[in-house]
Write a protein that binds this ligand. Structure first.
Ligand code: FAD
Ligand code: TPP
Length: 600
């Protein structure tokens, strides 16, 4: 990934003195309106107060007052990931800005288009350890695609226009615009740049024709091809083009955690998710393939396992808009830099040109993969302690809500089960924190998704640990009429860490018991907590009550709903390839502890 943060602001060619003067703060609000922004998430404070004043009178930009800046950042991410539009978060300087850092880093890892606007101390005080001064440009430099420090009111329109352009084009990502308080207070002519032209920023979108031909030739010859589909296909809005190539080639498709939904789960060619907790057919399809066509996927270690042993016999075609990703982990035989949608169109045409009317014969490959599908379906066992099976709860949420819903996970076991047991049929229906794995993402991201897509049912599927990191945004949801639905998969523990302790630390469960659900201790009582936040709150402990609670949640739209599903702590996420181990060791067992003969 390229991290070329700078603080210079591109000025429009002519600053027309005739343009009427407005304050920098007014310029921020006017620019947001011109950029089509309708919703922003934030919290005011000393250095950003000038911007909040004109916001009060503005009726194009709705400001949603969150309870923690991390919530603003994740809400903006959820907004962006659900809609494809840029999400906006606003914070004051110092702690307001640093509270945004986790969400900015999260957006960087998952290529989310986000613009964070922060107030900065007066420019003459910068560098003096002034009250609430933090060098937020410096702090976020490694985790932003670009950063602007704005010290003059006349630079505000062009900085914001450039920020939106950079955040949303090429590889999407977070951009910071840090504006000093004096720049907000002073006045200048408002000059809107006719177009954004950033020297040195020219994302390549059109791929080289020769490379496309080379990729098509490999696809035409391959006996064991796989389309390895990543989050770039979601960000690049290329679901239809992917479907076309998949059906032309008849190649098996695997979708990473970041790509769930971009290829329909119901499609016969879909083998599911690859990687550490992927399906056996998806893991082995990659591992044993002779050609991997990586489409907006970045060979993450959760997918490759031990990279040196990954797919030893495969040639690789790697399509990515960010040249820094190509051959970063795995050497690409055919590197293709470009926008995946354009590439898919060209590649499909080139492939069809290469094979004519006869499709390559990959029947033997399919017969092997179909055998794996039959032998190793995803599944789970009933619990032994009489508590709910978390997988069942999550599966029923998906079945009763359907593919038009949006499902937003936290991080941990519940995230993996939500990726495995909900059937996704469309892009942008599944949101989660994949690269950073940020606990606390779910509730605020679900809030942002619901603001972007108010007509869709939005579920936050959260862990009892994650929920305790950001649940205060339920107040924001209740007050602002954002009726999300939260399913707490309450195993009373930091389940994913507990699972690793069970498997790799001799069952020594050090500091993973949260006391939130089992036995007599319930701290906090999630039902009381949710009620205090103005939500409808339900606790479910028996399987026969699961459907009724989900149905009631689906029928309740006048306030947020929280369901505390008390589930077994012993349920495990299977299959599992232990960290650092070759994917050949994918654990075929789906409901008992794995054995493996290689050091972790
Ligand atoms: C607990 C936990 C367990 C996990 N287990 C798994 C697992 O089992 N399996 C799994 O798959 N993941 C798993 N992950 C997620 C994993 O950490 C990575 O986030 C994920 O695998 C990366 O997905 P990706 O390769 O699709 O890339 P992304 O991070 O989605 O990156 C997208 C790529 O597409 C490119 N791109 C963006 N836009 C375009 C465009 N328009 N055209 C072309 N290219 C574009 C970007 O430059 C980037 O390289 C897990 C995460 C957690 C927290
Ligand atoms: C902010 C943050 N801190 C710590 C972790 C490490 N971690 C990953 S999963 C997990 C447990 C999550 O527990 P919970 O939310 O209850 O979900 P479960 O695994 O039980 O489904 C932890 C602590 C993390 N990913 N993010």
């Amino acid at each position: 990934m390229t991290a070329d943060s700078v603080s210079a602001v591109p000025r429009p060619p002519s600053q027309k003195a005739a343009a009427p003067e407005i304050t920098g703060a007014e310029a921020v609000v006017r620019a947001l309106g011109l950029l089509g922004v309708t919703d922003v998430f934030g919290i005011p404070g000393g250095t950003i107060m000038p911007v909040y004043d004109p916001l009060l009178d503005d009726d194009t930009v709705r400001h949603i007052l969150v309870r923690h800046e991390q919530g603003a950042g994740h809400a903006a991410e959820g907004y962006a990931s659900a809609s494809g539009r840029v999400g906006v978060a606003i914070a004051t300087s110092g702690p307001g800005a640093t509270n945004l850092v986790t969400a900015i880093a999260d957006a960087y890892m998952d290529s989310v288009p986000l613009v964070a606007i922060t107030g900065q101390v007066f420019s003459h005080l910068m560098g003096t350890d002034a009250f609430q001064e933090a060098d937020i440009v410096g702090i976020t430099m490694p985790v932003t695609k670009h950063s602007f420090l704005v010290k003059h009111p006349e630079d505000i329109p062009s900085a914001l226009a450039a920020a939106f352009e950079v955040a949303s084009t090429g590889r999407p990502g977070p951009v910071l615009v840090d504006i000093t308080k004096d720049a907000q207070q002073k006045s200048a002519p408002f000059v809107w740049p006719p177009k954004v032209d950033l020297p040195g920023y020219r994302p390549v979108t059109k791929a080289h024709g020769k490379q496309i031909q080379a990729a098509a030739a490999l696809l035409a010859e391959a006996k064991k091809p796989v389309l390895y589909v990543g989050g770039g296909v979601v960000r690049g809005r290329a679901a239809a083009e992917l479907l076309a190539l998949a059906e032309s080639t008849n190649a098996p498709v695997v979708t990473t955690l970041m790509a769930r939904g971009v290829f329909p789960d119901s499609h016969q060619q879909h083998l599911g998710m690859p990687g550490m907790h992927g399906t056996v057919p998806a893991v082995l399809a990659l591992q044993e393939s002779d050609l991997i066509v990586a489409l907006g996927a970045r060979f993450d270690d959760r997918v490759t396992g031990k990279a040196a042993d990954f797919a030893p016999n495969a040639k690789v075609v790697h399509v990515d808009i960010d040249p820094a990703e190509i051959s970063k982990i795995r050497n690409a035989d055919v590197p293709i830099v470009g926008d995946v949608r354009d590439v898919l169109i060209d590649l499909d045409a080139a492939f069809r040109g290469a094979v004519g009317t006869t499709k390559p014969d990959i029947a033997e490959w399919w017969s092997y993969l179909d055998g794996l599908r039959e032998e190793f379906p995803l599944g789970f066992s009933p619990t032994e302690d009489g508590l709910l099976a978390p997988q069942h709860v999550i599966q029923r949420i998906g079945e009763l809500t359907g593919p038009e819903g949006i499902y937003v996970a936290g991080v941990g076991q519940h995230q993996m089960w939500a990726a495995q047991f909900i059937k996704y049929e469309r892009p942008n229906a599944w949101l989660n924190s994949g690269g950073a794995g940020t606990m606390g993402y779910s509730v605020p991201a679900a809030m942002g998704a619901k603001v972007a897509e108010p007509d869709r049912v939005v579920w936050s599927i959260d862990g009892d640990g994650c929920f305790q990191m950001t649940n205060q945004e339920l107040a924001t949801c209740a007050i602002n009429n954002i009726p999300i639905k939260v399913a707490i998969i309450n195993n009373s523990s930091l389940g994913m860490v507990r699972q690793w302790q069970t498997l790799f630390y001799d069952g020594r469960h050090s500091n993973t018991d949260l006391n939130t659900g089992h036995g007599t201790v319930r701290i906090p009582d999630f039902v009381k907590l949710a009620e205090a936040y103005g939500c409808l709150a339900i606790r479910v402990e028996k399987e026969e009550d699961v459907d009724a609670a989900i149905t009631l949640a689906l029928e309740t739209n006048d306030r947020p709903v929280v369901i505390d599903f008390v589930v077994s702590a012993d349920a495990m996420v299977w299959p599992m390839v232990p960290q650092g181990v070759s994917n050949s060791y994918v654990q075929y067992a789906r409901d008992h502890a794995p054995t493996f003969d290689e050091e972790i």
